[in-house]
Structures are given as C-alpha cells and as structure tokens.
Write a protein that binds this ligand. Structure first.
Ligand SMILES: O=C(CO)[C@H](O)[C@H](O)COP(=O)(O)O
Length: 222
C-alpha cells in the first residue's frame, strides 16, 4: 500500500460537482490530481487553480479545467501536501519549492485539506528545514537578517545551481530548531524586506488526511 496514494485519493472524496478547487504540488498531491482527472473523465464538473507550473501541466494532461484565482470569489477546497504537520494542524510546506503559490491559494480557500503519510506527523515543527522564498536581489543580506532571528540557513540548490522558483525567486532552507510559536515566527519573518513568503502555514488547514504504511487512512478535523 502506498500511503501517499491512499491519502491523495481519499481527499478527492471531498470534491463535489461544481466546486472550484485548488490543486497542490508534490508527490502526494500528484495522486489527488490523478484521481480528480479520473473523476473529471467520469463526468465531474470542477474548475481548478494550480499551485505550480508542474501541477498546471499535470492537471492539463488529466483534462482538468484550469482557471485563474482572479476569476473566483473563493475556492471551495484545496488539496495539498505538507512536509510537517503538528497536532494543531500548523504546517511546514515548501519542500517542493511551491510555497508562495500554495499559500496564496490556501488563503483563498474555504477548506484546506492536507494530505500526508504518517512520517509527516510531528509534535513540534522544526525538524524539516523551513523554506523561505526570498528575492534574488540582495538575498545574502536577507539571509543575514533571517539568521539574526536565530536560524542557520542555506540557499537551495538544484544540480549545482541556485534553485529558482516559479516566481523567479530563491529559497533559503532555514534551521530554527524546534519552532515554539509558529504563528509568531511566520509574522516576524514576513516583516523582513526581501522575504517574499515563508513555509509556515499556521491556522490554515481544516482537515488532515493521513495515510499509514499499513494501509489505514485517518481523516482528522480541526
Ligand atoms: O509544500 C510542498 C511543495 O512546495 C509539498 O506539498 C510538500 O513538500 C510535500 O511534498 P510531498 O508530498 O512530495 O512529500
């Protein structure tokens, strides 16, 4: 049993005809998108906002109609993965580098449904390095400002080159140790000029669907 597939497909049960939905990014969201594609081919009518170019490509391949966020008042649900989930449903996201679009889409969503395998459940956020999207302009100085808040950090690289996001920004992967107050840290980080967005999603998720290695699925509500 693949727990990512289990949770991704289970989350698609929350989608009903006529919904406007957000589609997340990553290896777990992949299974939700594939399932939505199957449902669309079986007659489901939905319109979707993707959270990355990768997701837009996959959704288009699956025949899912894509729209811009500006075309809707709000999204009914968004299904997305996470890198860590704490007992209060605070999240770290951005392992796949899509945190900015993911947060914008999540903020425009009525019900954010997070899909994870059991390895993502933690008591306190912070073992996973916190991704922070920063402008390329002056990024080393922005990094110093972030480090002054108690972090060590590294610029994200891919194939030896600096990783560039869908928004043409960079990502700093930051070690703050265990994060005692996710809500405060996310606000404080976003006051630093040069920080575009950070990967803490505090008080945003309403439902967490967990896939376990033994094939169990748990749906948790806030
Ligand atoms: O935040 C994300 C991408 O920016 C992903 O949702 C997160 O990294 C989890 O990915 P995966 O399901 O592949 O483990």
């Amino acid at each position: 049993m693949n727990p990512k597939k289990l949770t991704g497909e289970k989350a698609a049960d929350f989608i009903t005809d006529g919904m406007m939905i957000g589609l997340g990014t990553g290896s777990t969201a992949y299974y939700a998108i594939k399932k939505v594609g199957e449902m669309v081919r079986n007659g489901l009518n939905v319109k979707a906002v993707p959270t990355s170019k990768e997701t837009a490509d996959l959704a288009a391949e699956e025949g899912i109609e894509l729209i811009e966020l500006s075309e809707v008042e709000k999204l009914d649900i968004t299904i997305d993965g996470a890198d860590e989930v704490d007992p209060d449903f605070n999240l770290i996201k951005g392992g796949g580098g899509a945190l900015l679009r993911e947060k914008i889409v999540a903020a425009a969503t009525e019900r954010l449904i997070i899909i994870v395998d059991e390895s993502k459940l933690v008591n306190k956020l912070g073992d996973f390095l916190l991704p922070i999207e920063v402008t390329p302009f002056n990024w080393e100085y922005t990094q110093k400002m972030i480090n002054k808040m108690g972090a060590t950090s590294e610029i994200r690289k891919k194939g030896g080159e600096i990783f560039v996001t869908d928004n043409d920004n960079y990502i700093l992967d930051c070690d703050f140790g265990k994060i005692e107050n996710p809500e405060k840290l996310t606000i404080d980080l976003n006051t630093i000029p040069g920080v575009v967005e950070n990967g803490i999603f505090a008080n945003m998720a309403e439902i967490v669907v967990v896939g376990y290695n033994d094939g169990k699925i748990e749906v948790m509500y806030k």
